[in-house]
Write a protein that binds this ligand. Structure first.
Ligand code: GDP
Ligand code: MG
Length: 338
């Protein structure tokens, strides 16, 4: 029915279906939204969790655009100062220290934005890695959490040779739960590869769920110690600081998930901070670098060029050129008639 209506409409002169992204593209081309807002809209469509949606919305609603506009304004003011000094103070091209300070301050501010967690964590999920010696109960734990037979469980140690990933949302936090091969030396070549991979996965993990002895836990900033198979009589007492968990009867799984969620939350972008994607971060980094140069030269022409580069990085970030704005800012600072 819908198809029939669409076909009928398409047969009319001058009518056709909109292409993917066409409305957003038009909005961008007409200048109603900038590139960061367009990115936010794209993220919004793909968002699967509450936190992804919130971050996408902040971007789509111009959170970064407004921020970049403020940065751009500050650089434009500095550019105007530098250009004016070049034009009018040819005999005395000393650089106003205030200009350097302002450039340094802005570079530092951009630097602190770059240190914030990136939006990729929200999109790809926080990496939670389950690790420990062979037969510790890692795969069983993963299955118990995932609620289905995702990983192969056997009584023979060394069954999990590759890693298995289960995407989950814990209280709105996207998590990528990963099972690893047991950490031990192996004669079996295939298993040895899995073990090496496990070591790399632990290193790259945002959160480590450790099923081994507490004193064997690999160095990690966010490790959760789990005392697995807590249903077995000989494992009744969990060491201090370890969470007693049984995949067989479900004991402790809920507490473990709360602990994982809490740890995962700490590596996610803060809710009231705009989370940058790789592209945005790259351009902010370019701007910060250019601004960082300002303090290291006393040549006004070079400074003007650094500032120009910072501006053009911001323009790439928002997807538009900003020459007109520069002229406006420059001339608005002149006295009337000059
Ligand atoms: N009683 C009991 N046995 C478990 C539990 N978790 C795993 N096992 C058993 O321990 C063995 C190894 O489990 P597995 O999940 O494959 O360990 P992995 O090598 O660390 O992945 C299997 O025989 C499991 O059935 C548990 O919570 N309670
Ligand atoms: Mg396993």
């Amino acid at each position: 029915m819908v198809d029939a209506v669409l076909d009928a409409l398409a047969s009319l002169d001058g009518l056709r279906g909109a292409e993917a992204g066409e409305f957003t593209r038009r909005a961008f081309e007409s200048g109603r939204i900038d590139l960061t807002e367009a990115e936010g809209l794209a993220d919004l469509i793909e968002a699967e969790t509450q936190s992804q949606r919130r971050a996408a919305l902040a971007l789509a609603e111009g959170g970064l655009r407004t921020q970049v506009a403020r940065w751009q304004e500050r650089v434009l003011a500095l550019s105007a100062d530098a250009e004016r000094a070049i034009d009018y103070d040819e005999a005395d091209e000393r650089v106003d220290p205030a200009l350097r300070t302002a450039a340094d301050e802005l570079a530092a501010e951009l630097g602190s934005w770059l240190e914030q967690p990136r939006v990729e964590r929200l999109k790809e999920g926080v990496r939670v890695v389950v690790a420990g010696p062979p037969n510790a109960g890692k795969s069983s734990l993963l299955n118990a959490i995932a609620g289905e037979e995702r990983a192969i469980v056997t009584a023979a140690p060394g069954t999990t040779r590759d890693h298995i990933e289960v995407p989950l949302a814990l209280g709105g936090v996207p998590v990528l739960l990963t099972d690893t091969a047991g950490l031990r030396e192996s004669e079996d070549e295939v298993e040895a590869i899995g073990v090496a991979r496990a070591a790399r996965l632990i290193e790259a993990a945002d959160v480590l769920v450790w099923l081994g002895e507490p004193d064997q836990v690999p160095e990690h900033p966010r490790a959760i110690l789990v005392h697995a198979k807590a249903d077995l009589p000989e494992r009744e007492v969990a060491p201090v600081g370890s969470l007693a968990v049984s995949s067989a009867n479900g004991t402790g799984i809920g507490e473990l998930l709360v602990a994982v969620e809490q740890a995962a939350r700490t590596v996610l972008p803060h809710e009231d901070v705009i989370a940058l994607n790789r592209r945005q971060a790259r351009h902010i980094e370019e701007a910060a670098e250019a601004l960082g140069h300002v303090g290291s030269t006393s040549d006004l022409l070079l400074i003007a060029e650094d500032l120009r580069q910072a501006r053009s990085a911001f323009d790439r970030l928002t997807g538009r050129a900003g020459v007109e704005e520069l002229l406006d800012a420059l001339f608005s600072r002149f006295c009337l008639g000059k």
